[in-house]
Design a protein around this ligand. Sequence first.
Ligand code: C2E
Ligand code: SIN
Ligand code: SIN
Ligand code: FE
Ligand code: FE
Length: 367
Amino acid sequence: MNRLLTDALILLVDDTESNLELLEMIFEGERAKTLRAAGGEKALELAKKHGAGIDLIITDIRMPYMDGIQLTGKLRELLGHQTPIMLLTAERKTDEQLSAGLQAGANDYLIKPINEVELLARSGSLVRLKRVFDENMELQRSLELKVIERTIEVEMSRDATMFALAKQAEFRDPETGSHLERIREYVRLLAAQMQKTGPYQSRIDHTFVMNIYKASPLHDIGKVGIPDRILLKPGRLDPDEFEIMKQHAAFGGRTLHEAEERLLAPNQLLTMAKEIAFCHHEKWDGSGYPGGIKGEEIPLPARIMALADVYDALTSKRVYKSAMSHEETHAIIAKGKGTHFDPVVIDAYESLIVEFVRIRDSFKDAG
Ligand code: C2E
Ligand code: SIN
Ligand code: SIN
Ligand code: FE
Ligand code: FE
């Protein structure tokens, strides 16, 4: 089995019914999905409908009304260059004819009668090419980060804009609801509590409390760089997908870092936002990401953020999980004291449980 072809969507174009059937049988043996078109018009109609969802197009050259070379030109206009096209020709064509096909935008050709092994090998490579294209498209999205960076740079003084920016970044994930509204309340409560009492008192002032309230909504801004198929996946992520997901912390941290570099004057709020984005998935015992740093190496705002983020993730519904009760949540968090979370932050949280539940209930998500 050629695993590259599993679940690939292949459009087959041929005016001869029996050829379509043969191709279909071969690809179905590889668990690919196929679409059939008896001619160019039908092929264009299917290409319009499925767009970039089509991973490979295989077309006969000699067909009445519209030949495979004309069709290739039209498909290129319609789909751009990311969808690979392979031509099938009944006899060895002259070099001119083949080069016309390649010039029209075909990627490869095969001579009939079809050799199954060769067909599958070439199809597999073309589908792989398409996948690389798709990944690059997704990477383009990280260019959105650049736009955000610019906006931060220009609008740094306007808090409302910063929040709007964070909201925009979360917009793709419909289930996060009032996540940002709640977590900024949680972090403010925790910081204010730690300002009043405990070992970090001297490190937290009024500005710190205000800044963490404003900076925390940007913690997941790097998620704009994560493809939808991962961010919005309804089930558990597989290990490869989770590796990509983990990049959101460094993506966001880097974006804010670059914005910071370009500001003329140092800006405490932006520095804090950067530390939070970078380090909100670090763990007290060093088992987190991206740095695997531990304890006091993790910036304090990020240690506060980590608790607020997990508390909110656990008590909310996500695309991949349902909401937990406060009791279940509390048990998980208490277990994380000294492993996932800074014990001092947990102490603050334990004295604020009533307020946490009140905030959770006052910003309920719809649905
Ligand atoms: P998130 O949904 O905002 O979750 C933030 C953090 O809350 C998670 O960080 C994790 O530490 C904690 N958390 C969330 N749900 C659970 C849970 O059911 N049990 C426990 N013990 N902890 C939980 P983490 O794991 O680094 O994940 C970061 C982000 O990656 C998540 O943000 C979410 O967007 C995504 N993600 C993680 N796992 C999955 C998954 O299985 N499927 C999907 N679609 N996304 C996932
Ligand atoms: C992206 O979707 O923008 C790139 C994400 C990735 O593959 O890490
Ligand atoms: C930081 O630069 O603030 C920490 C980076 C990390 O978490 O690895
Ligand atoms: Fe995160
Ligand atoms: Fe989050």
